[in-house]
Ligand binder design. Structure first.
Ligand SMILES: [Zn+2]
Length: 238
């Protein structure tokens, strides 16, 4: 297993590079670029939520609950009265912090369920939902946010996989394929729950086709190609 700093650095580098790429292609704006880097980095730390170090976890829970409550208030800011908004704020925060996350904490008892591909796919899709349906952000940005969170988590699982191969050459055969988890027989009910939830989320997900069409549009990538080499170097080569 790779350590915290390795995860942090690699996730930051990978999400930074990819965010810059989609930013230079004109697919996300300035703030979208920053959010993608942040989400990719957070994603890179997410699978180890079940590690023993609990302070960053609690901090993460609090921040996420806060963002969720903030999103709710932003969504209904013009329709509701001040008192209703304060109530919504508190209720949203309490629900996330003490209901949703207590379920998560329960899951962490079953070590490994969080450290899996389907769990992270749920987190990524959840991010897209929050961004698109609650925060009312544009479709493209919403999908990128979800994908960056999920991508960061996949970088984490790949790193763990890589390290388990490198550090224990002798046990390579036995240990490979344990980090990139899709299913484990001992947690079959948890996985059933995860895949059911994932199926529901996929079914009701914000439209993916429009996002995909935009990714397949050659124009942004052509723009990227033009902007890949600094102008200075180009003028020197001439
Ligand atoms: Zn890990």
């Amino acid at each position: 297993m790779a350590n915290f700093n390795t995860h942090l650095n690699v996730a930051f580098m990978v999400s930074g590079t990819l965010s810059l790429t989609v930013y230079k292609a004109g697919l996300i704006d300035d703030s979208g670029f920053l959010v993608c880097v942040a989400l990719g980095t957070i994603g890179g730390l997410l699978p180890d939520l079940d590690s023993d170090n609990s302070t960053p976890i609690k901090l993460g829970f609090n921040i996420t609950s806060f963002i969720f409550a903030f999103g709710l208030v932003m969504h209904w800011r013009s329709e509701l009265s001040l008192l209703a908004l304060i109530a919504l704020w508190l209720a949203g925060y309490g629900f996330m912090r003490y209901v949703v996350f207590s379920i998560f904490t329960n899951m962490t008892v079953h070590r490994g369920v969080i450290h899996s591909v389907p769990y992270m796919a749920i987190m990524g899709l959840g991010m897209t939902y929050v961004s698109y349906d609650i925060l009312n952000l544009p479709l493209t940005a919403s999908w990128f946010y979800g994908l960056f969170l999920f991508g960061g988590a996949m970088v984490h699982l790949a790193l763990d996989e890589l390290y388990s191969v490198n550090l224990s050459n002798m046990r390579m055969k036995r240990s490979s394929g344990t980090a990139m988890k899709f299913y484990q027989p001992k947690d079959k009910w948890w996985y059933l729950l995860l895949y059911t939830l994932l199926a529901i989320l996929v079914y009701f997900a914000p439209p993916f086709d429009a996002f995909w069409q935009q990714l397949r549009d050659p124009a942004p990538w052509a723009q990227l190609k033009v902007g890949i080499v600094p102008e200075l170097i180009k003028s020197l080569l001439r």
